[in-house]
Design a protein around this ligand. Structure first.
Ligand code: PNW
Length: 489
């Protein structure tokens, strides 16, 4: 049964970190200000507006490039412990390369970090949340193996300039979304659409880029700066449709393709790509006439270099489904990662539907996904670096409130079982540019008025609920805000 048992009065540990997340392209704006160069999202939105639901762009977005003080004020209103945001490579290194550091870009992030720290909020910095400098894309982007060095050089600049104050770094936000959506299909920039090929080339380069950056941090910065460097993937709660062995295997394959492809090389005992997926792609490739597998293996040396290169596991979690090979409808696109595993998914009608077509509220799904991670990699420290719900405009967001309360109950279930969950970041602090959906889907605890040149931010009802949860470290399902007037406690 999918019923959720609500256990009142459980408490989050005092040192549990509550935060909110954002990403540079989705909030900053200032796309051509302060010496920033064009990135792949500037390029896509400016050359192919029709690709975006409302033909919008992140040119101004929430204008956080100018309004970051208001953003930090909202963090104080919510009472969050930590703020996760990303840096724009093209703002720090406009050439893509580290020959020239743009001091204006560095100054922007310094101001933001110092403002956050002034109020004892812990910054967590993602180095790459999808906004690659366009020139690097023109040289192949994540399909060019040289990018591991380009990224490592960028990472060194970030650690060097900000690591005295930033103690949590994440190299990449979501390998599969970078590689599958950007290079294998058309759902994210640069929309390369090299089906069955692009994701696997990118996945290998990404792992090497991550490992290089991690080694730089670990060898040259951690000894004096004392922070942590991790990696974030997106994982759904993939539950076998039945208790048959076949469905268990199907769920394993989905986990391997969705996140194991990116995290097994880093977190597994032996390193390297997930075995079953690796063998399936090799077999399919051969049958399709490719002289070599579409998924190129690491050398033994590379495997050893990548293994163990993370201090924590970041997971973005939104939704899930029931999986089985019996639910597979043969893909018309061959080769493709979906065709490689031949597994299908379904959600139940009774699960509430968000404003995003892909987003359903699956019961207990945080617990399920954390269990899956623990089963795979043991007691690695885990941060939920994103979790959230989409609505349309409006301050009354009961759907989001129900989603957050259920998610946090599920997180408590995991904590009760001793899962090493350290923190939880709500996506998102405020409405922002939701990629292909533009501004048509809203994920914010604060609503942003994108018609207003001031980009006024207004707390939604859920902001008051999240604030109360953070303050009391408990989930009171009856709690109602007395008014919608927000204050700093
Ligand atoms: C996240 N899924 O990606 C991104 O990191 C954010 O930038 C984005 O705004 C947010 O989702 C909301 O879309 C996702 O598998 C990755 O369901 C995977 C999934 C959902 C969102």
């Amino acid at each position: 049964t999918w019923g959720v048992a609500v256990k009142q009065n459980r408490k989050f540990p005092d040192d549990f970190i509550f935060g909110t997340s954002t990403a540079s392209y989705q909030i900053e704006g200032g796309w051509n200000e302060g010496g920033k160069s064009e990135n792949i999202w500037d390029y896509l939105t400016h050359t192919n507006a029709a690709a975006i639901e409302d033909q919008s762009s992140g040119d101004i977005a929430c204008d956080s490039y100018h309004k970051y003080e208001r953003d930090v004020e909202m963090m104080r209103e919510l009472g969050i412990d930590s703020y996760r945001f990303s840096m724009a490579w093209s703002r720090i290194l406009p050439n893509g390369f580290a020959d020239y550091v743009n001091e204006e870009g560095v100054a922007y992030y310094n101001k933001l970090i110092d403002e956050i720290l002034k109020y004892n909020i812990e910054p967590m910095v993602t180095l790459y949340h999808w906004d690659l400098p366009q020139k690097l894309q023109e040289m192949g982007g994540w399909l060019n193996p040289l990018i591991a060095d380009w990224f490592a050089d960028y990472a060194r600049v970030v650690f060097d300039r900000f690591g005295d104050r930033v103690k949590y770094f994440i190299t990449f936000n979501e390998g599969a979304q970078i590689c599958y959506e950007g290079y294998d299909s058309v759902t994210k920039a640069p929309r390369l659409n090299m089906s069955g090929i692009g994701e696997y080339i990118c996945a290998k380069n990404l792992a090497l880029a991550h490992a290089k950056a991690y080694h730089i941090y670990n060898d040259d910065f951690k000894p004096t700066q004392g922070g942590l460097c991790g990696y974030t993937i997106a994982a759904g709660s993939n539950v076998p449709l039945t208790n048959s062995e076949e469905d268990a295997y199907a769920a394993e394959l989905v986990n391997q393709l969705q996140w194991g492809l990116y995290t097994d090389p880093i977190f597994s005992k032996d390193g390297g790509f997930p075995k079953e997926l690796f063998e399936l792609v090799a077999k399919k490739s051969a049958a399709q006439g490719y002289p070599r597998s579409r998924l190129t293996d690491f050398t033994e040396e590379e495997k050893a270099y990548i293994r163990g290169t993370s201090d924590f596991f970041g997971v973005n979690h939104y939704t899930g489904g029931l999986v089985s090979a019996s639910l597979y409808t043969p893909s018309s696109v061959v080769p493709s990662p979906k065709d490689d595993i031949e597994v299908g998914q379904m959600a139940l009608d009774e699960w509430p539907q968000g404003a995003s077509f892909w987003l359903k509220q699956m019961p207990n799904s945080i617990y399920i996904v954390l269990k899956n991670i623990q089963k795979r990699y043991g007691d690695v420290p885990i941060y939920i670096t994103e979790n959230g719900w989409s609505t349309h405009e409006g301050i009354e967001d009961e759907g989001r409130i129900a989603y957050y309360r259920a998610a946090l109950e599920s997180a408590l279930d995991a904590l009760d079982e001793g899962i090493n969950l350290k923190g939880y970041y709500a996506w998102s602090l405020m409405d922002n540019f939701e990629w292909m959906a533009g501004y048509t889907e809203r994920f914010g605890l604060y609503e942003v008025n994108f018609e207003d040149p001031e980009r006024t931010r207004t707390p939604r009802k859920s902001a008051f609920i999240y604030k109360q949860i953070i303050k009391t470290r408990t989930i009171d399902h009856e709690y109602e805000p007395e008014s919608y007037v927000m204050t700093i406690d």
